[in-house]
Design a binder for this molecule. Structure first.
Ligand code: GDP
Ligand code: MG
Length: 370
């Protein structure tokens, strides 16, 4: 089931079949219009087209990315991937810290490290939740603009003593635009002037109808300071995840998204990957954005070296040949040579786009580029 004909792929991307055949050739695969290619190859083709925004729109890329569906029988439940949003000072960072501390297995043995941009918490009750530790709408919309939709649930943090503010409204709009369901954390309920009812009331003005108001949005009264309500918040996340029936096939070549990447002294380019399908194994070769690499080491959010990372798990990856960008997709391919060819082809294309793009810089900058 994990395959598609060249013709069908072209049709879905609204391009001519000949263009797909040509792209396949560049990727080292010979196929005619009526031939079938595997999902992984199809995805690479789609990504190739994705780097030519003039030819294909964002929605087509999204559609194209779904060209390799998994059989229902292969799907297994996966943890929800959660991003925290809300107005400044309403307690996003405090809440993430408090939730991280609820981890029931971290215990004394080091616990979850802070340096990695995402981590997975085992909640009281045993359910896992993956958090993206980049509170901030910029990161969220930046990723979305680049076609990466990695969040399953947004925790909307609203301070009970302050109510809905400008960035709360922005967060609501972001979540709605991305069609990501929200769980509302009515934070700072320990404060004497906390008024959770007012928060629920105000949310109505923005089309967010909580359960108490007869709607379907889960809202939890909590306090990052006292720890009150955190267990209920964890339960709400689990419940929301169950409603969404989040699943992935762990038995396939991995793919997913870069959460963050940087060049580290002595370690080289290091990236945090969020695995979204399949299992990423140590030694796997992958294409990521315009770069490629071979997973020399995988380090989990506890700082341990691991052999593999499963769907919804964030993992730090060493062994990249260049530094990718947050929001870049990674796809495991079968050979290092092929990975390099694809990366080189993409870099070439990126250079072409750059050199034909009208310059917006100053004369000095232009000269510096030459
Ligand atoms: P952020 O800007 O949304 O990340 O907010 P922070 O987590 O930095 O919190 C802003 C301030 O609110 C800090 O001084 C926190 O100590 C405080 N704060 C956060 N959560 C709570 C809470 O539940 N109760 C009280 N009383 N203070 C809180
Ligand atoms: Mg903060």
């Amino acid at each position: 089931p994990d395959s598609i004909t060249v013709g069908e792929l072209a049709q879905r991307m609204a391009v001519q079949a000949g263009q797909v055949v040509k792209t396949l050739m560049k990727l080292g695969t010979m196929a005619t219009v009526n031939q079938t290619i595997d999902g992984e190859t199809a995805q690479l083709v789609v990504e190739e087209f994705g780097h030519t925004p003039k030819r294909v729109s964002e929605s087509d890329i999204e559609e194209g990315l779904e060209t390799a569906p998994d059989a229902e029988a292969d799907m297994q439940p996966r943890a929800p991937v959660v991003t925290v949003m809300g107005h400044v000072d309403h307690g996003k960072t405090s809440l993430l810290d408090a939730l991280r501390k609820t981890d029931v297995v971290a215990g004394e043995a080091g616990g979850i490290t802070q340096h990695i941009g995402a981590y997975q918490v085992v909640m009281p009750g045993g359910n896992k939740v993956s958090f993206i530790d980049t509170p901030g709408h910029a990161a969220f919309s930046e990723m979305r603009a680049r076609g990466a939709n990695i969040t399953d649930i947004v925790i909307l943090v609203v301070a009970a003593d302050d109510g809905i503010k400008q960035q709360t409204v922005e967060a609501i709009n972001h979540a709605k635009a991305a069609e990501v369901p929200m769980v509302v954390a009515i934070n700072k309920c320990d404060k004497p002037d906390a008024d959770p009812d007012r928060v629920r009331q105000e949310l109505l003005n923005y089309g967010v109808v909580t359960e108490e108001m007869g709607g379907e949005t889960l809202a939890v009264e909590c306090s990052a300071s006292s720890g009150e309500g955190l267990e209920q918040l964890a339960e709400a996340l689990t419940l929301q995840a169950e409603i969404q029936d989040l699943k992935a096939n762990p038995d396939r070549a991995a793919e997913g998204t870069v959460v963050e990447a940087k060049l580290e002294k002595g370690r080289g380019p290091v990236a945090t990957f969020l695995v979204q399908r399949g299992t990423l194994k140590k030694g796997d070769t992958f294409v990521v954005g315009n770069e490629y690499g071979r997973a020399r080491a995988l380090v989990n959010d506890r700082g341990d070296n691991v052999e593999a990372a499963y769907p919804s798990e964030p993992v730090e990856v060493l062994g990249l040949h260049g530094t990718p960008q947050a929001g870049d997709r990674f796809v495991v391919v079968d050979s290092e040579q092929r990975a390099r060819e694809i990366a080189e082809h993409r870099q070439e294309k990126a250079r072409e786009t750059q050199s034909t793009a009208p310059s917006t810089g100053s004369l000095e900058q232009m000269l510096a580029r030459i």
